[in-house]
Design a protein around this ligand. Structure first.
Ligand SMILES: [Cu+2]
Ligand SMILES: [Zn+2]
Length: 292
């Protein structure tokens, strides 16, 4: 290889090294691996269930049902179906539901610990603060979204607990410290551990109040949308490169973007190759049949 070629290819070599080094460096970017085998089995979607049971330390109650979770890997918003039964009929008591830190019901709901709080923020900003629910004829049926909670990655809620409280959550508006920790929602009357499952329960539960799109009516992405996503991804890669060049270490974006965009990095390299090639052909020996 002559010197001219090496010089012309040098920026590309640098770019390739840059991408490679980011892969193995102590960069704050985390690569979130796809949960297997579920991502393959269930069309990139992770499902979880939590089979609610009364706390054995309290006078017996009849609370039953489940809380279901669904999230598309890697960027979907966590969707939740609360489907509870056996609550006192006729009472208008609002009851808080939260995700607590430990999936340990060995001594009932006492051993599930405090609210799951991976970001060390105040209540009700915890990822699993579902809010207050009033039963109707002893039943709570509600669909909601939890944008801060995840079923995968380092802050996954899998294996943690859902707790149903006896009272209303004050949503951090109380005057005491406990308000900012737990919302003063009183006793833990029922709980369960969140575990991975198949789509069966989610589908069986059907559409619940609060759900906009009817189950099964989500259309596959059109060609145009796929193309648009591709363009956005290329933009993401170029953004990330420029962020790194600025030395800005504040990125918190899911690294999964990068995993998905591996092919787009190649595309970017191709574009650059073409650019250098075009620059090279002007008045150089490259014109004589040399191709990249
Ligand atoms: Cu709680
Ligand atoms: Zn909370």
């Amino acid at each position: 290889m002559n010197m001219e070629k090496i010089i012309l290819k040098f920026p590309l070599i640098l770019l390739a090294l840059h991408i490679q080094s980011a892969e193995f460096s102590d960069s704050p970017v985390l690569v979130i691996e796809a949960p297997k085998p579920e991502v393959v089995e269930f069309n990139n979607t992770i499902y979880a269930t939590c089979e609610v049971a009364p706390d054995p330390n309290l006078p017996p109650n009849q609370i039953c049902g489940r809380v279901l979770f669904k999230q598309i890997f890697p960027n979907g918003t966590l969707e939740v179906k609360v489907d509870l039964c056996g609550l006192p009929v006729g009472d208008q008591q609002a009851r808080a539901i939260h995700i607590h830190q430990y999936g340990d019901l060995s001594q009932g709901c006492i051993t599930v610990g405090p609210h799951y709080n991976p970001q060390a923020v105040n209540h009700p900003l915890h990822p699993g603060d579902l809010g207050n629910f009033v039963s109707e004829n002893g039943v709570i049926r509600r669909f909601l979204k939890l944008p801060e909670a995840k079923l995968f990655g380092g802050q996954s809620i899998l294996g943690r607990a859902v707790v149903v409280h006896e009272k209303e959550d004050d949503l951090g508006m109380g005057s005491d410290e406990e308000s900012k920790r737990s919302g003063n929602a009183g006793k833990r009357i029922a709980g369960c551990v969140i575990g991975i499952t198949t789509p069966a329960l989610w589908q069986k539960t059907g559409q619940l109040p609060g759900e906009e799109v009817e189950e099964g009516k989500e259309r596959p992405k059109s060609k145009r949308k796929q193309l648009l996503n591709k363009c956005n991804s290329v933009q993401t890669v170029t953004d990330e490169l420029s962020v790194r060049q600025r030395g800005d270490g504040k990125r918190t974006r899911d690294a999964t973007h990068r995993g998905v965009n591996r092919s787009h990095v190649k595309l970017l390299i191709l574009v650059l190759v073409k650019k250098f090639y075009n620059a090279g052909v002007k008045g150089s020996r490259w014109q004589q049949g040399t191709r990249l």
